[in-house]
Design a protein around this ligand. Structure first.
Ligand SMILES: Cc1cc2nc3c(=O)[nH]c(=O)nc-3n(C[C@H](O)[C@H](O)[C@H](O)COP(=O)(O)OP(=O)(O)OC[C@H]3O[C@@H](n4cnc5c(N)ncnc54)[C@H](O)[C@@H]3O)c2cc1C
Length: 442
């Protein structure tokens, strides 16, 4: 139990009222009562995406007496998973939208819609955009990613309004979709793909696939060009076989060794320039720039020179600052990929570790699984799966576990994997926000 700090959320009057109410409870035959969770400690969770929402829920499941406050600016969270389906015209935005009512009503998480502006790790205090200061016993950060603006010359926030990244789902996704819809037949959709590490290693290639699927139906003279800062990508063999099978030569991929690395972006002219000076003109330009941990992580002092957050493998507590736990894309957790599935699993480990540490118990041993599904077409799914555990203090992939979809699968098997992808999406959203969405990818 850690009880060093004032509960700034509770006045002395509320406290006395709470104690009075608690003393009556046994007479009323009710369950044990925890006053605002004060006996078990207060945990603040920053970010209501895959990692943060899961951590908040599983902290309450681990011990309902922990006071859990989730800080997230948006009332609606749009998932990046399945946002490529929206780009391809296969799913509406409201079918990738999730809210926080279930976390509040069913699990007793307190949700504050605000931005965490600052973290004072010594004082164990977070300052919100509203000016309010909240004390914590433990802090969970799951802020996802931020773009490294100007890492590609000319690509900043303003340029992203003309050449969207759509690497955080929401208005950027809608902007890119509207540009694609407005593109004339015969146009070229140019995607700039980053070097590792970045959010969702197979994501760019799923996007190229679903854009090609849309073009094949509605703008058949149009093409997709991927300019890539690396020579290999996730599920490459499966993607390229699928592209050939479904789209012929509609998708062209240019890797690093073939002058695929873009160094300069001119968003006004929809032009990009590569390392060796080749200029490509786009009709729709999708720039996925290099990334780093969400900025609040740096503010909290938990990032290193890489811009990402090193964590202790067993608990995902920051290696640099005590009592701050970080999950999801913001962390250095390779060989685990930066995926929603991994963020969800890491968050469960963090919830168990924090609940244990608040009771001075050792954390349970951690291990994780991950499956990344990708849709090459609405009825053509592929996947890669992995199992991870801690070995000698670092996260390691368990050899022989997991693997790829078979290279020579039939169309029927690919269709089955597309169904698995929908099932996965529904299940993980149910687990994270309590809001399932049924239906097929189409
Ligand atoms: C196109 C695409 C497709 C993808 N497909 C898949 C897939 O099929 N499967 C899969 O597993 N993963 C997929 N991913 C990856 C997945 O989206 C991420 O790995 C996942 O969102 C990471 O979770 P997170 O909690 O780290 O960050 P997020 O889910 O992005 O959540 C971060 C949250 O923190 C909030 N936040 C940030 N800063 C603050 C602050 N200062 N104060 C308060 N709140 C803050 C943000 O508003 C946001 O809600 C995909 C990604 C992309 C881009």
């Amino acid at each position: 139990m850690n009880h060093r700090h004032n509960r700034s959320g509770l006045t002395r009057r509320q406290l006395i009222k709470g104690i009075g109410a608690a003393s009556l409870l046994p007479l009323m035959g009710s369950a044990p009562f925890a006053i605002g969770g004060q006996n078990a400690g207060r945990v603040l969770v920053v970010g209501g995406g895959f990692g943060g929402a899961t951590a908040a829920k599983y902290l309450k499941r681990a011990n309902p007496a922990i006071e859990v406050i989730l800080i997230e600016p948006n009332e609606t969270f749009y998932t990046c998973p399945f946002s490529n389906l929206h780009l391809g015209g296969l799913r509406q935005m409201d079918a990738i939208a999730h809210g926080y009512a279930e976390l509040e009503d069913r699990y007793g998480v307190r949700v504050i819609h605000a931005t965490a502006e600052d973290v004072d790790a010594d004082a164990h205090q977070v300052t919100l955009s509203t000016g309010r200061k909240l004390d914590y016993d433990r802090l969970v950060l799951s802020p996802g990613i931020d773009m490294r603006w100007n890492a590609l010359e000319g690509y900043d926030e303003e340029a992203a309004e003309k050449a969207p990244h759509a690497w955080k789902a929401g208005t950027q996704t809608e902007l890119l979709r509207s540009q694609l819809e407005a593109m004339d037949d015969g146009g070229t959709f140019v995607m700039v793909a980053p070097a590792n590490p970045f959010r969702c290693p197979p994501g760019p290639y799923e996007r190229a696939s679903l854009v090609a699927n849309y073009l094949a139906q509605y703008k058949p003279k149009s093409k997709v060009l991927i300019l890539d800062a690396k020579d290999n990508f996730s599920k490459q063999g499966l993607f390229t076989a699928g592209w050939e099978r479904l789209y012929g030569d509609r998708i062209e991929w240019v890797g690093l060794s073939n002058d695929g690395r873009v160094t300069r972006v001119d968003a006004d002219r929809l032009e990009v320039e590569t390392e060796f000076g080749t200029v490509h003109r786009a009709d729709v330009l999708n720039v996925i720039p290099p990334q780093k941990a969400g900025w609040i992580a740096e503010r909290a002092g938990v990032t290193d020179d890489s811009g990402w957050v090193p964590v202790k493998a067993e608990t995902f507590e920051s290696r640099q600052v005590a009592d701050i736990y970080v999950v999801g894309d913001a962390t250095v957790a390779a060989p685990m990929p930066k995926s929603g599935f991994c963020a969800n699993g890491q968050a469960k480990v963090v919830a168990a570790a924090i609940a244990a540490s608040l009771e001075s118990r050792p954390a349970p041993e951690a291990y994780w699984t991950n499956t990344c599904y990708s849709l090459v077409g609405p009825e053509y799914g592929i996947s890669v799966a992995g199992v991870y555990r801690v070995q000698d203090g670092v996260i390691a992939e368990v050899e022989g576990a997991g693997g790829l979809s078979p290279a020579d699968a039939s169309d029927a098997t690919r269709a089955l994997e597309a169904e698995y992808a929908v099932g996965w999406y529904n299940a993980i959203c149910q687990d994270t926000w309590g809001t399932p969405l049924g239906g097929r990818a189409t």
